[in-house]
Design a protein around this ligand. Structure first.
Ligand SMILES: Nc1ncnc2c1ncn2[C@@H]1O[C@H](COP(=O)(O)OP(=O)(O)OP(=O)(O)O)[C@@H](O)[C@H]1O
Ligand SMILES: [Mg+2]
Length: 304
C-alpha cells in the first residue's frame, strides 16, 4: 500500500504547496516512485500549478469524498512526468467547511479516512496531501488518512506557535481515529542566509526537534516563483538556480524515503537509473538513499 503523507501547517503562506509540489517532483522524477499529489485545499494552488487552469477534469477530491468516485479514475497524470499524478482540489471544500457543523466533523473525519485509505490506487508508491491553512475539517481528514505528517515552518516565532497548535490537532486525531500517525519530519522554509535571526531559528528548530528536521533548510530563492509561473516542479525546470534547489528537494525526498521505508526497493533501484541517466555532472544532486539503513518509523515522533 502507498505511504500517505500530509504536508501541513495551519499558518498561511509558509510554503506547504511549494514543498508538496517539489517533493512530488523529486519522488517521481528522481526516485522513480509513482507519486500522487492530492490537493486538499479549496484554493487549488497545487492543481493549477501542475495542471494549469484549463485541464480536462474527471472530477476532484470533492467528487471522491462526496459522490463515491474512484481515485484512480479521477486522478490525472501531470504533464511534467509519467510517474506524477494529481487528484485535483475543489473550491467546494472551502464552501462546505463553513456549512458543515463541528458536531458532524468526527463522523466525517472517520468516513474521509476510510474512503481515502480504501480507495488509494494500486501501483501508487506515495501519496502527498497538500493541506489548507487551517486546523479544520479537511486538515483533520487528511491527517486521519495519513501515515505521516511533514510540517513546513518558517524561521520565526509565529511558525513555532503554529507547530504547537498543529500538534494538538495531531494528538486529537491520533486519539480519535489514527493511533499510528507519526511525524515524518519538519521542513524549514524561506531562510535568508544572511539574516542572523533566521540562522538562530534554524538552530532553534534543530535543537528542539533534532533528527526530525529534514535537511537542508530551504533558502529564499526567486527560482521558486519562476518555476511556479512556468507551472512545473523544480525537478523538471532547467532555469538558472534550479539545480541548487532541485538538490535540496532530492535530499529531503531521499531522507523521507529512507526514514519511512516507502517502496524502498523501487526507490533504490530507480535511483540507480536516475543517477546514470540524469543530471550528469549535477553536483547538487542528493546522494541516493541507502537501502535498509534504518527501519521504518525510526527517528519519528521527536516533534510530538
Ligand atoms: N523558499 C522560498 N523562496 C522564495 N519563495 C518561496 C519559497 N517558498 C515559498 N515561496 C513562495 O511563497 C509563496 C507562498 O508559498 P505557498 O503557496 O507554497 O505557501 P502555502 O503554505 O501553501 O500557502 P497557503 O497556506 O495559502 O496554502 C508562493 O508564492 C511561493 O512561490
Ligand atoms: Mg498552499
Amino acid at each position: 500500500m502507498s505511504r500517505i503523507i500530509s504536508v501541513a501547517l495551519q499558518k498561511g503562506g509558509v510554503g506547504k504547496t511549494t514543498c508538496t509540489i517539489n517533493l512530488a517532483g523529486a519522488l517521481a522524477g528522481h526516485y522513480g516512485l509513482n507519486t500522487l499529489l492530492i490537493d486538499f485545499d479549496g484554493q487549488t494552488n497545487a492543481t493549477s500549478t501542475l495542471l494549469g487552469r484549463h485541464y480536462e477534469s474527471r472530477g476532484d477530491i470533492w467528487t471522491v469524498l462526496y459522490s463515491g468516485a474512484s481515485i484512480e479514475e479521477t486522478m490525472l497524470q501531470a504533464p511534467q512526468h509519467p510517474k506524477l499524478f494529481v487528484l485535483p482540489g475543489s473550491p467546494e471544500l472551502a464552501y462546505w467547511e463553513k456549512k458543515l457543523s463541528e458536531e458532524q466533523w468526527d463522523a466525517l473525519v472517520r468516513e474521509g479516512r476510510r474512503i481515502l485509505r480504501e480507495r488509494a490506487p494500486e501501483g501508487i508508491d506515495v501519496i502527498l496531501i497538500d493541506t489548507p491553512p487551517s486546523l479544520g475539517l479537511w486538515l483533520q481528514i487528511a491527517i486521519a488518512a495519513s501515515d505521516g505528517v511533514v510540517l513546513v515552518v518558517q524561521p520565526h516565532e509565529y511558525s513555532a506557535d503554529g507547530i504547537r497548535d498543529l500538534m494538538r490537532t495531531v494528538h486529537a486525531v491520533q486519539e480519535k481515529v489514527n493511533p499510528d500517525l507519526v511525524i515524518d519530519g519538519l521542513i524549514v522554509n524561506g531562510v535568508r542566509p544572511t539574516t542572523g535571526e533566521h540562522a538562530a531559528w534554524v538552530e532553534e528548530y534543530r535543537k528542539q526537534f533534532g533528527a526530525a528536521v529534514l535537511e537542508p533548510p530551504l533558502l529564499e530563492r526567486i527560482v521558486f516563483a519562476e518555476a511556479q509561473r512556468l507551472k512545473t516542479p523544480i525537478e523538471f525546470y532547467a532555469g538558472r538556480g534550479a539545480a541548487e534547489v532541485r538538490g535540496w528537494f532530492r535530499q529531503i525526498a531521499g531522507e523521507l524515503v529512507e526514514r519511512t521505508g516507502v517502496a524502498a526497493d523501487t526507490a533504490a533501484d530507480a535511483t540507480h537509473v536516475a543517477d546514470r541517466s540524469e543530471d550528469q555532472g549535477d553536483s547538487d544532486a542528493a546522494p541516493a538513499p541507502s537501502r535498509g539503513a534504518r527501519t521504518p518509523h525510526q527517528e519519528h515522533a521527536s516533534v510530538a
